[in-house]
Design a protein around this ligand. Structure first.
Ligand code: N7H
Length: 529
């Protein structure tokens, strides 16, 4: 049965009237963290400690960045090489380990440091320290440089030189309320480490200013949908994915891989510097605005952007607010994740064909397909996203020319960070098998979504295309060159067959590296020996 846009919207209005009461936020108490309403709040130190104790999790040994999400105000990534392993080990144990901020110190109710410090090591970094234990992750062992084309990058020509190779041994992550405080802390760390390390590259991130706090550079609120980790987040919001600690932390509950004992409570950190072409993205939306009756041209351009992402700029999901942004919905953590892409309450709605509400290609549907893998989201690929925007705001000159400046000091984007216990089933799987897979549902998981697949095969549906934001088809024998056409369907709510040809990469990979963020105890133990 065909369902009109209008009947779908009426069905949604009924659902919205039955919405749960608004969540009460527990505020973070430090200028080093932001806490926008749309993001899930952190548990208090007391509540998290009780949950952790019950689950056998030691959150005073887990580094602070891993579980708190995209909440840093200012954050510096300082990438280094180790020149003198013996001195570095000794300083790591005596001077650096005491500075490392555990999870519990960043939670409401605790006394946070002025500047939080975390540290993580690449495979070549562990090798340099003489730590050769197998951590059980082939992608980590191989490093990101050799993984570039598998991730859809058009080679490594656009990579920051420091990332192109295997010279980066580690990264220090410093977060604070001000860049000055970060620089002071870094200076004292550098003075402690002396010549045992050398700087390879640094990237300064910052939450965007004013009412854009928490929004990434295209303007969309980020960090809304994060997994609730058993033993850390006891209060789960409706629609939040609950995952065992072993999905994010090595050696914890339901981590199926054998790990060295000393690595328990650590996590793999995928870092990517992702440049965002903001004026070009905005121009594309205006030039290709939708044609939904009753909306202005500007609203039709905004709607196309929202359908590329799957959320409005406020963070409201289009699956619940299909035609207009809804800030109240966005800011209510009890509602802003409470959707599955399926709508049994709407008569005749068929999740396998109906893209009226959210396209199959939308960024959030590609990266978390929810009920497309029904029943009960059976294929879970949890990652804890912990990135931060970098670079300045768009200048007036860029807005006027509708093009990003070539001035390197004006580069902007997302310092993408995700934590997971297995790169190949976490970040890498999402990027390769869902985001970069133009056929998405044709993939290895065809049995889960066989109905959708059947619709595509029988010609009732177009191939969804790659994720319009970060997807680049990597299935061919060689990856397509930068800015080659990417074709996306489903983005027009009135005509899902309408194809959008994206002739520019809105997001450009500048490279990155895979790291292991060890438990704090390892900094004075295994890594210092
Ligand atoms: Fe995405 N964006 O603004 O377009 N992302 N992302 N991401 N992302 C999300 O729910 C964005 C990137 C995920 O559970 C939102 O938090 C940008 C990579 C996942 O429903 C927005 C870039 C990968 C989710 C963005 C970028 C992911 C998610 C909605 C790069 C992994 C949660 C807010 C410049 C391979 C999906 C939210 C869920 C959400 C944006 C990168 C994954 C607005 C600009 C590389 C799993």
């Amino acid at each position: 049965m065909k369902v009109s846009l209008i009947s779908v919207i009426i069905g949604l209005a009924v659902q919205s009237a039955l919405a749960a009461p608004k969540a009460n936020k527990q505020r973070a108490n430090s200028p080093l963290l932001i806490d926008p309403d749309a993001q899930p709040s952190l548990p208090s130190a007391r509540v998290a400690q009780a949950a952790a104790a019950a689950a056998g999790l030691n959150i005073t040994d887990v580094q602070g960045d891993i579980l708190i999400g995209m909440k840093k105000n200012k954050e510096l990534f300082f990438f280094f090489g180790i020149k003198d392993a013996a001195t570095f080990k000794s300083k790591l144990s005596s001077d650096i380990a005491p500075l490392i901020t555990p999870t519990v110190s960043l939670l409401p109710g605790s006394t946070p440091p002025n500047t939080a410090v975390n540290i993580a090591f690449s495979k070549t970094g562990l090798d340099a320290l003489g730590v050769t234990d197998d951590l059980g992750d082939a992608s980590f062992a191989g490093g990101q440089f050799t993984d570039a084309t598998a991730l859809g990058d058009p080679g490594t020509g656009n990579w920051v030189p420091g990332f192109a190779g295997t010279n980066i041994h580690g990264v220090l992550l410093l977060a604070s309320g001000t860049v000055d405080d970060i620089n002071d802390e870094l200076a004292s760390i550098q003075s402690a480490l002396g010549d045992s390390v050398t700087e390879i590259y640094r990237l300064q991130g910052a939450a965007r200013p004013g009412n854009q706090e928490g929004h990434e550079h295209f303007g969309f609120m980020d960090g809304i949908s994060q997994p609730a980790v058993v033993g850390f987040t006891p209060n789960i919001h409706p629609g939040q994915m609950q995952v065992p600690a072993g999905n994010i932390l090595l050696g914890e509950d339901q981590d199926a891989t054998t790990r060295p004992d000393w690595a328990r409570g650590g996590s793999f950190l995928a870092f990517r510097q992702l440049q965002q072409k903001v004026p070009e993205f905005d121009k594309y939306l205006v030039d290709n605005a939708l044609n939904v009756p009753g909306l202005t041209a500007e609203e039709n351009a905004e709607l196309l952007g929202a359908r590329f992402i799957g959320r409005w700029k406020s963070g409201a999901p289009i699956d619940l607010a299909p035609l207009h942004d809804d800030t109240d919905l966005a800011n209510d953590a009890n509602r802003n994740n409470n959707f599955t892409f399926d709508h049994p309450e709407i008569p005749g709605f068929d999740i396998t064909t109906n893209q009226t509400l959210c396209p199959f290609s939308a960024h959030i549907r590609k990266s978390r397909p929810r009920d497309d893998f029904s029943p009960n989201e059976s294929v879970v690929r949890p990652i804890m996203r912990a990135g931060i925007p970098y670079g300045p705001e768009v200048t007036d000159a860029e807005t006027a020319s509708q093009a990003s400046s070539s001035d390197p000091s004006l580069e902007r984007g997302l310092a993408f960070v995700s934590y997971q216990s297995d790169l190949n089933t976490g970040f890498r799987f999402i990027q390769q098998n869902w985001v970069d897979n133009a056929n998405f549902f044709f993939g290895k998981n065809r049995n889960y979504v066989s109905l959708i697949l059947a619709n595509v095969l029988s010609g009732n549906l177009n191939s969804p295309g790659v994720d319009p934001i970060i997807g680049r088809d990597s299935s061919a024998s060689s990856v397509a060159p930068a800015d080659s056409d990417r074709v996306v369907s489903g983005s027009d709510p009135l005509d899902s067959a309408h194809l959008f040809t994206l002739d520019i990469d809105f997001v450009v990979s500048r490279g990155g590296e895979y790291f292991f963020s060890p438990p704090i105890s390892a900094l004075t133990g295994q890594l210092a020996q």
